[in-house]
Design a protein around this ligand. Structure first.
Ligand code: NAD
Length: 485
């Protein structure tokens, strides 16, 4: 397979100014797939200059014209699925089925924002009702300028598309900074941009480390807006940097999301959704429902069924169709998750499934799906994001207790609720302190619904019309109604 390994700046594949490279690893085998350019501040400078040059023409196009490019990107992703899916599995370790789900989300995202770009014209110049006949005022929405888009490794092309599609729709020109762990899939966007004829400089891609190129991009005075997905620790640093020049920031950060199962739940369906919420993508999901709260009367029965289901999850080569869980994406993450499991064994919790690396797998970052019960409320296992296939379980007696436990977190990304009681669904939907509540089902994602969190899970919303608004400035034109003189 041929890989793009250079930087994509001003419509061209170019070498970095300082000739550095980074190794890209296959997490299932620990082999080096290839090396990619390690960009530095000088490359960030080139990319920002290219984006600034391209901005006036791009933002002057009609929404319909920009929408046309987005539609063609959506189609190009569909047409390249045979290449993108295995590439994603190779570099990230997710199964082929998970990679296919990602590519469909990406394509749907570009198609959705193509439509919103086209509709932008209808939102322009709408009159505002004023409490005065002496004046009229109209609203305009304008591009936020040059946007820096910084993304992580767990859903690489998905998180990128959730930023890139609305940014381009809004008339922003962009610099994408992929994760240094999974850059190969984002580099494909350079070829797609050329194929669909995107004007040079509208999309620039700089690969490299957070310190090497991410930080200089955030500090650059030529960047007007930052949109970041990643850890809360990096997000707070980026917010502090953005404050220096009062840049707009959108942050999609970590989580420790609760799943609440009540005694009227169907056990088999509940177990399926619980497993999907923590073991999909090997648990490397910001929205992983990693804290499970089960009503005491069904606790033993549900736990038995859960442990049995977990024993049936096949972990292994993500290219094998029967495999449900691939490796973790990096050595770093593998070490972090194993250390969190070791700590969990010391904290007073009971290990009921998994508990370490996969026996017999000599190479690759494979971890067993792991379940702890009776997890102490003050333990790291209960409070901190692990970002791996590790579930912490507790029993509760009443709805009030379950709600208090669910909300007792510095995070607030999502929550799952399984119950047949309509009144309870209404109460919990209103009082759970999270950005998205999933009721009686898996975490199905739709580009039409918002994504983002309360509390330390982030600032702003992606997807839906809210995702577009993150990249638009609002302007009013207010005129006196009387003729001069
Ligand atoms: P990370 O914060 O380490 O890195 C994310 C990106 O930021 C990478 O591209 C990295 O190179 C870059 N970066 C690092 N330091 C930087 C700096 N000082 N300035 C600019 N850029 C910098 O996160 P990660 O380990 O790649 O991803 C895992 C985290 O992402 C988890 O905490 C997870 O919850 C979160 N996440 C959140 C969402 C969401 O939608 N809320 C989605 C996916 C992942």
């Amino acid at each position: 397979m041929h890989y793009q390994t250079q930087l994509f700046i001003d419509g061209q594949w170019v070498a970095p100014v300082r000739q550095g490279t980074l190794e890209v690893i296959n997490p299932a085998t620990e082999e080096v797939i290839t090396t990619v350019a390690a960009a530095t501040a000088e490359d960030a400078e080139r990319a920002v200059q290219a984006a600034r040059r391209a901005l006036p023409a791009w933002r002057s196009l009609s929404g319909g014209e920009r929408g046309g490019y987005l539609r063609r990107i959506s189609e190009a992703v569909q047409q390249r699925k045979d290449r993108l899916i295995p590439l994603q599995t190779l570099n990230n370790g997710k199964t082929l089925a998970e990679a296919e789900y990602d590519m469909d989300l990406v394509s749907a995202c570009f198609a959705y924002y193509a439509k919103l770009a086209e509709q932008l014209e209808q939102r322009q110049n709408q009159p505002v009702v004023l409490p005065s006949t002496e004046f009229t005022s109209r609203t305009r929405f304008e591009s936020a300028g040059v946007a820096g888009l910084i993304v992580p490794w767990n859903y690489p092309l998905v998180t990128t598309s959730w930023k890139l599609a609305p940014a381009l729709a809004a008339g922003c020109t962009v610099i994408v900074k992929p994760s240094e762990i999974t850059p190969l899939i984002e580099l494909e966007l350079g070829d797609i941009a050329r194929e669909v004829g995107l004007p040079a400089g509208v999309l620039n891609i700089v690969t490299g480390t957070g310190q090497g190129v991410g930080a200089p991009l955030c500090e650059h005075p030529g960047v007007d807006k930052l949109s970041f997905t990643g850890s809360t620790a990096t997000g707070t640093r980026i917010m502090a940097t953005a404050a220096q020049s009062v840049k707009g920031v959108s942050l999609e950060l970590g989580g420790k999301s609760p799943m609440l199962v009540f005694d009227d739940a169907r056990i088999d369906a509940a177990v399926e959704w619980i497993c999907g919420g923590i073991f999909a993508n090997a648990g490397q999901m910001c929205s992983a429902t990693s804290r499970l709260l089960v009503q005491r009367s069904i606790y033993p029965q549900l736990l038995d069924a859960l442990v049995q289901a977990v024993a049936g999850i096949q972990v292994g080569d993500p290219f094998e169709p029967q495999v449900a869980m691939g490796p973790l994406t990096s050595r770093d993450q593998y070490d972090k998750v194993l250390s969190a499991i070791a700590q969990g064994k010391q904290c007073g919790a009971t290990l009921v499934a998994g508990g370490g690396s996969v026996p017999g797998q000599e190479r690759g970052y494979f971890v067993q799906p792991t379940v702890f019960t009776e997890v102490p409320l003050d333990s790291a296992l209960w409070c901190e994001e692990i970002f791996g296939p590790v579930l912490a379980v507790r029993a509760f007696d009443t709805e009030e207790e379950a709600l208090a436990l669910a909300n007792d977190s510095c995070f607030g990304l999502v929550a799952g609720v399984i119950t047949e009681d309509e009144q309870r669904i209404q109460r919990l939907s209103a009082s759970l302190e999270v950005g998205h509540v999933f009721i009686n089902g898996p975490q199905e994602l739709f580009v039409e619904t918002s994504w983002g969190g309360f509390k330390q899970s982030g600032i702003g919303r992606e997807l839906g019309p809210w995702g577009l608004d993150e990249f638009l400035e609002v302007k009013h034109i207010t005129r006196g109604a009387k003729q001069p003189g």
